[in-house]
Write a protein that binds this ligand. Structure first.
Ligand SMILES: [Zn+2]
Length: 644
């Protein structure tokens, strides 16, 4: 999508795209940034003979114009004669399930002597081998990354550049997954590479010594390797240090935007985020900016997509991004969002994201924290680093997210459903989550007379879990919010994080001397949640609550039509337009039936925007300043970066 269209997106993590909320008939424009964290490793001298890799991948590119990588994978010491090869269907940072196995072609296996080993296909992402004896086995396959495969997070290969995204491209064997691995490239003449992995740009192996285009990287295991995208081909690489940590920026030479600007912004953002946390979870970091018309890999209309990795990020950029201020903002937003994920996702994470089963989607309830708060911080940091005194850009960005604040959707449910939900629903996590972050920040500042805020909550997560490399307990987040606010936020958490209630914008924005502007219309929302015809949640002060619908009510009929397999609740209410009334027949209190007239009687602000109160009190102004100001980790906790 050209950036000069009405909507532009960037997101990181696997999808940010144009947010069009079809369900509620509001079109929203946003940029999604996909953030990725990775480890950038710079080449350290390593002799092939010393390489302890249990699995060794070799990648060649016979003809870049054919979009096919040739990959060989050697398992040095199989633990069984029965070997099960797999391609992930779930990849870190992408969150939704993808059929990456469909890219595998001409797969075959043989031993070191070249004798063929029988290989059978089990399903679209699993193959089985039966070895004659326990000996090294080599699997070879072509990986077709051409346009016909619409897969989020896939690899790219074009005439002068390529990007190997391991989680969508490299087969694995579960029993070998936590053992050291290496990956060797034989590249077309003149190609370079960069990755946040330990490696040797010119490995002195006998075989590779004759070509200058052979490169080997090593990783502690498959997960580190596949959490480290590898940039290949023609790009400009710039190295710098921030707080003693080596950073690199690899920019596709086809990118139109100013390299100097991208690098300068990345430096400032890195300095801000490291100061904020007082340390970093990486010992080096790589930003990759890659140009492609299919920024998601899935053919979705995203214009800039960031995917976070362990010590790096892959940011794919549409050619329409030029040198305009709007492009500059998009680059900065994705960069800030993705780098923040190095802490918030890669270090601060629930157990479900540690060595997840790549054969299914992990169950994560707290993406509102991992994605929503990450985006909130991207906006705050950009305002602090590049904004003006009137906070115009900050307000503009907050306004783009406000539409979702009033939607009766549960942040926790959106998180749980992320593997299968639509991009539109997924994007609500970012927009409603960003605003939830702002409201909690305001509440914490106001409750503590600006002694503490959401910044302290994030730093506690970092020091308690991220630095310690300990997964956080998703059930402990409320207590941590309460401790930070020195206030009981249970009601907020229950209604607005777990529940479907619209965020209480006006009540909370006024804490910072802000108000909400916009056209008030009758609320169009069927604002209660139903499972198996039983009411599971009712939005606070919404249409359902005002109509008298209660938790636990069992709906028997809608407008006189009894519910059954044909006439489902969703189907019966979907037929009615906004403004219609319904009569629900419900059972409650052990079977007593009642007729409940449902009316759309609450108001909703269409196209809401934030505005400064002209008569804000000194207290409100102090809270606003506190929310927008830079805070850093206390010197005592400002230790040097962790290692990996
Ligand atoms: Zn993200």
């Amino acid at each position: 999508m050209p950036i000069n269209t009405a909507c532009t997106f960037i997101e990181a993590r696997a999808r940010f795209i144009r947010a069009k909320n079809i369900k509620h008939k509001f079109v929203v424009c946003r940029v999604l940034l996909l953030l990725a964290l990775l480890t950038i490793g710079y080449p350290q001298l390593l002799r092939a003979a010393d390489n302890p890799a249990a699995v060794q991948y070799s990648v060649s590119i016979p003809d870049p114009s054919k979009h096919i990588f040739h990959i060989s994978m050697e398992i040095k010491k199989p633990s069984s004669v029965n070997v099960e090869l797999k391609m992930p269907i779930w990849m870190q940072a992408v969150y939704e399930l993808q059929t990456y196995g469909e890219q595998v072609q001409a797969i075959k296996a043989h031993n070191e002597a070249g004798a063929a080993i029988e290989l059978t296909s089990v399903n679209d992402h699993t193959w089985r081998l039966k070895l004659n004896q326990l000996e090294p086995v080599i699997i070879e396959y072509d990986l077709d990354v051409g346009d016909k495969h619409k897969l989020f997070g896939k690899s790219y290969l074009e005439k002068q550049t390529a990007l190997l995204h391991g989680g969508s491209s490299l087969l694995y064997v579960q029993t070998e997954r936590r053992k050291p691995v290496s990956i060797n490239f034989k590249l077309p003449a003149g190609w370079s590479s960069a990755a946040a992995l330990d490696g040797d740009a010119h490995a002195a192996t006998a075989a590779a010594a004759t070509t200058t285009d052979a490169i080997t990287y090593t990783a502690r295991d498959y997960d580190e390797l596949t959490d480290s995208p590898i940039m290949l081909g023609s790009f400009k690489r710039t190295d710098f240090n921030v707080a003693g940590i080596p950073f690199s920026v690899a920019i596709d030479t086809r990118i139109h935007h100013s390299s100097a600007e991208i690098i300068e912004s990345a430096q400032k953002i890195a300095a801000r985020e490291i100061s904020f946390f007082g340390g970093a979870p990486f010992n080096r970091y790589l930003f990759i900016y890659y140009l492609t018309k299919d920024t998601s890999g899935a053919g979705l209309p995203a214009s800039m997509v960031g995917i976070e990795h362990l010590k790096s990020t892959l940011i794919t950029v549409d050619p329409a991004f030029d040198t305009s201020p709007r492009s500059t903002f998009a680059y900065r937003e994705v960069t800030a969002h993705e780098l923040f994920h190095a802490w918030n996702v890669k270090a601060i994470r629930p157990a479900a994201l540690n060595y997840p089963d790549f054969d299914k989607a992990p169950v994560v309830r707290s993406l509102w924290l991992l994605e929503g708060f990450t985006e909130y911080y991207a906006q705050k940091f950009l305002a602090q680093l590049f904004g003006d005194e009137k906070h115009e850009q900050f307000y503009k960005q907050i306004n783009e997210d406000l539409f979702a604040a009033e939607l009766p959707v549960s942040l926790q449910q959106l998180s749980l459903q992320s593997p299968t939900e639509s991009i539109d629903d997924f994007s609500l996590l970012y927009s409603k989550g960003t605003t939830a972050g702002l409201l909690l920040d305001l509440k914490m500042r106001q409750a503590t007379k600006n002694a503490r805020g959401l910044d302290d909550f994030m730093r506690t997560l970092w020091t308690r879990y991220g630095k310690a490399r300990a997964a956080y307990d998703e059930n402990a987040l409320l207590k941590l919010l309460n401790d930070t606010a020195q206030n009981d936020l249970t009601d907020f958490y229950r209604k607005y994080i777990v529940g479907i209630s619209p965020l209480p914008l006006s009540d909370y924005l006024q804490l910072g001397g802000w108000t909400l502007k916009g056209q008030k219309i009758k609320s169009p929302f069927m604002d209660f949640a139903v499972a198996k015809n039983v009411v599971m949640d009712v939005a606070a002060s919404g249409n359902a609550e005002l109509s008298g619908i209660q938790l636990g009510d069992k709906i028997i009929a809608v407008d006189g039509t009894m519910l059954d397999e044909q006439n489902t609740f969703g189907k019966l209410v979907a037929k009615r337009g906004i403004g219609a009334k319904h009569t629900f027949t419900i059972e409650r209190d052990g079977g007593k039936r009642e007729e409940i007239p449902f009316k759309y009687e609450t108001t909703f602000v269409r196209n809401p925007t934030i505005a400064e109160l002209p008569d804000a009190t000194p207290e409100q102004l102090a809270t606003r300043r506190a929310v927008l100001s830079q805070t850093n980790a206390a010197p005592a906790s400002a230790q040097s970066n962790g290692s990996n």
